[in-house]
Design a binder for this molecule. Structure first.
Ligand SMILES: [Zn+2]
Length: 331
């Protein structure tokens, strides 16, 4: 994607392109809309099942409410689709959905998908739930192929691309891309490249800022809801107050650049986590950030902290990038 040029001090964190390595891309439009929705709903059902298991014995977990809302909207979307299919059986389109109900159904399912996405975005704001989501996406899958991916945009190491197929019929196959130092960096439905995401760390007006450029695939059939979340890593004296996430929408082929100012407390293993949802289809990106010592700080920030004890131990220690990478590789 096109690169802007910046005069500020900057560190390239990494950039992702289409990591499908030239394999043919099959977009949902190639099958019928109904079949595609039913596959999405079966997939989402398995995701809920896995996330529910994470909630067991944690009845006060703030994730429970979001998960209930997700189930509700998935169930209602399914009910709408099944009602339309039943209506279609007696309609004049030979078992398909009558044209008159088609647009109304599309709107209804999209609305439920959008509300489901909002609930999921709230869920991943809680520490640990982005990781649970990534695990949930392949929880009922087995590996069918492991191959090389393009060198990692952040560290330059060889990447690994893994294709997973589900043990449950009708549940979407998945692809992950990872490299040893940075861990799992991309997670896509098979055949869907998902948006490109470029992350840069720049020093600007006294702050360290993440500049995140995104580009949606022009072949996507629906807009993509983008959710960016900063995970602070292991902060001395933590946990720290979470940074509000960033949310925006990309139309097919659309691009956007957004910024996130990093807090003073950036720990070892800090990451930028990105969730991209189109309809009910989820892609994720996870970017390992440089260690605290490598974060550009144009001016001393200690004096404006009310609670300096949270950062004093990390600041100024000789944390190397490879040390950060070894921590982040478990993600
Ligand atoms: Zn890497």
């Amino acid at each position: 994607m096109a690169r802007a040029s910046y005069s500020e001090e900057q560190v390239t964190v990494t950039h992702h392109g289409d990591r499908l390595n030239g394999e043919p891309v099959t977009i949902a439009a190639s099958t019928t809309r109904i079949a595609s929705w039913l596959e999405d709903i079966a997939t989402v059902d398995r995701i809920h099942h896995y996330l529910d298991a994470q909630l067991r014995n944690r009845t006060t977990d703030p994730g429970a409410r979001s998960l209930r809302a997700m189930r509700l909207h998935n169930d209602e979307a399914q009910a709408s689709i099944l009602a339309a299919v039943r209506a279609g059986v007696t309609g004049d389109t030979g078992g398909g959905v009558p044209d008159a109900t088609d647009a109304a159904l599309e709107r209804e399912v999209s609305e439920h998908a959008s509300r489901w996405t909002h609930a999921l975005a709230r869920l991943i704001e809680h520490p640990g739930w982005f990781e649970h989501l990534c695990d949930a996406l392949i929880a009922t899958h087995r590996v069918v192929r492991v191959g090389p991916a393009k060198p990692c945009g952040r560290c330059g190491n060889d990447g690994e691309r893994v294709v997973y197929t589900s043990l449950y019929p009708g549940v979407m196959d998945r692809v992950t891309v990872s490299c040893d130092p940075c861990g799992r960096t991309a997670h896509n439905p098979y055949g869907e490249p998902g948006p490109e995401v470029d992350v840069r760390l720049v020093a600007r007006a006294g702050s360290a800022v993440l500049e995140v450029a995104t580009l949606a695939d022009p072949r996507a059939v629906a807009p993509t809801a983008m959710h960016l979340r900063f995970a602070p890593g292991d902060v001395e004296g933590g946990p720290v107050k979470p940074l509000p996430g960033k949310h925006f929408r990309l139309e097919p082929g659309g691009r956007s650049t957004t910024t996130m100012e990093l807090p003073d407390a950036v720990g070892v293993g800090a990451r930028l986590q990105v969730m991209c949802v189109s309809g009910f289809q989820v892609s994720t990106r996870s970017f390992a950030l440089p260690g605290p010592a490598a974060i550009p700080r144009p001016r001393a920030t200690m004096s404006r902290r009310r609670d300096a004890r949270k950062v004093t131990a990390k600041r100024g220690t000789a944390t190397t990038d490879s040390a950060v990478a070894s921590v982040s590789s478990k993600a």
